[in-house]
Design a protein around this ligand. Structure first.
Ligand code: EPZ
Length: 417
């Protein structure tokens, strides 16, 4: 298994481009299942999760053509196997996003239940409940969701909680349903808007994406389209945190500050000077950050996917701060690894009290999930001496070319095979 070896202490300085958003690319790739024409995508990030999703739809009969620099053509004209097998689904929970499109296009689907994952049980009951409201017959047998629906019918759906992929699955199911579907309590994440923009380019009729009420008028069929995937706001926030922790001075291009207001607001509170330009963000860090508390919540509030990274920067900030995780029940696993580096963190249920220390000291640590591994990278960049991060396959799921980008900014980092 690959490892990342970091020699800490170098401030991140310079300019780097942000990649396309993993959490927009994944549902948008699934949207290709909805029609037999070609969907041409650009700004697709080269990530393990994207590769897994392409393998998943490829074994269903979709023709996948990868071009250079993030171009991807998907043609589901010969889609003939509406099955998502456990072997693939177990490696990536977002596989559940094929359920809605397969039901809408084929009238049937057999999708393995995603197992739990490190950060929580992450059930898909809301996905199922919404599809049943649209007339799907669904039963769970042998670890698989078996679904049938000759033609989905529009319905008014109120999800019990805000769910990002739940909203995406239901939106994709609704675009070919008979009549109107209204999703109340919908997730408002920018990735939902990006998916809605792609579906609209394909001929769907959607209103309200980005608000908590999305209405979809079903149409008979969709057609091919071209779509450029939005920038990755979590990758953006991760590099901003890395620069903030290392007294850095960076410019992130091909991204937009409007995607992460809450994160930028907290970094400013911590003492960073941040300049937002039309498609870039410049950050100058203070000599020492001030501790800043965060409470994660659905968009536009502070994103749970930035919680681990913010815990890392609070480890070396001045003062103490409380980090409250309200979305997932077990998303503090990075804390014990940060403590191995000398951090002062006390966990109490869904609260973490982080007291800044003058310095961290390098050690060997283990990545446990995607964003936890990002927090260990940030800590390693600022720790004295060498930090060796094990199991960085977690990192490769969501950060394109991470060591090249960090080296470009002056970090001493290399991958050990
Ligand atoms: C999406 O996961 C993201 N993944 C996650 O990013 C992100 O952390 C999460 O949204 C929250 O923002 C993708 O978009 C591919 P949810 P998702 O459904 O959709 C509960 C990353 O790091 N829930 O919004 O799976 C659930 O357990 C990943 O890139 C149900 O109970 O998250 C959680 O507590 C990690 N039943 C809460 O709702 C359901 O049917 C929010 O989950 C659905 C969700």
């Amino acid at each position: 298994m690959d490892k990342l070896l970091i020699e800490g202490g170098a401030p991140l300085v310079g300019e780097v481009a942000v990649s396309g958003a993993k959490n927009a690319a994944l549902p948008i790739i699934c949207a290709s299942l909805l029609c037999g024409d070609t969907l041409n995508l650009t700004n697709i990030p080269q990530l393990n999760d994207v590769a897994t999703m392409l393998r998943l739809i490829g074994q269903m009969g979709v023709a996948v053509t990868m071009g250079d620099n993030g171009m991807l053509a998907l043609d589901s004209g010969k889609l003939d196997n509406p099955v998502a097998p456990y072997e693939l689904v177990k490696t990536m929970r977002a596989s559940i996003l094929v359920l809605g499109p397969l039901l809408a296009r084929c009238g049937e689907a057999k999708v393995s239940l995603p197992g739990g994952c490190a950060i929580g049980a992450r059930p898909v009951d809301q996905h199922i409940k919404g599809l049943q409201a649209m007339g799907a017959e669904i039963r769970v047998e042998g670890g698989y969701v078996l679904a049938r629906a000759p033609r989905l019918k529009g319905a008014r759906i109120v999800t019990d909680m805000v769910t990002v992929t739940g909203t995406e699955n239901l939106m994709m199911a609704a675009v070919l349903a008979e009549g109107e579907t209204v999703i109340e309590n919908a997730a408002r994440e920018p990735e939902i808007v990006d998916l809605a923009n792609c579906l609209t380019a394909m001929g769907a009729r959607i209103a309200g994406a980005g608000s908590d009420r999305i209405s979809i008028q079903g149409v008979e069929r969709l057609h091919g389209a071209d779509h450029a995937v939005m920038p990755d706001r979590i990758e953006t926030g991760t590099y901003l945190c890395a620069a903030a922790a290392t007294r850095g001075d960076v410019v992130l291009t091909r991204t937009s500050a409007a995607l992460l207001d809450a994160v930028i607001g907290k970094l400013r509170e911590a003492g960073c000077a941040i300049e937002c330009r039309p498609d870039s963000i410049a950050l100058k860090a203070p000599r020492r950050l001030k501790s800043v508390g965060v409470r994660t919540a659905p968009y536009p509030a502070f994103p749970t996917d930035m919680q681990a990274q913010f815990m890392a920067i609070n480890c070396v900030a001045e003062g103490a701060a409380v980090i409250r995780e309200t979305i997932f029940e077990n998303r503090f696993m990075h804390a014990v690894e940060l403590i191995r580096l000398g951090a002062d963190i006390r966990i109490d249920a869904s609260n973490a009290v982080v007291t800044g220390v003058p310095a961290l000291d390098g050690a060997t640590v283990m990545a446990t999930d995607l964003r936890a591994s990002a927090s260990l990278v940030i800590a390693g960049l600022v720790a004295r001496g060498e930090t060796l991060i094990e199991r960085i396959y977690h990192l490769d799921r969501g950060y394109e070319h991470i060591e090249e980008k960090l080296r470009r900014l002056g970090a001493n980092v290399r991958r050990l095979r």
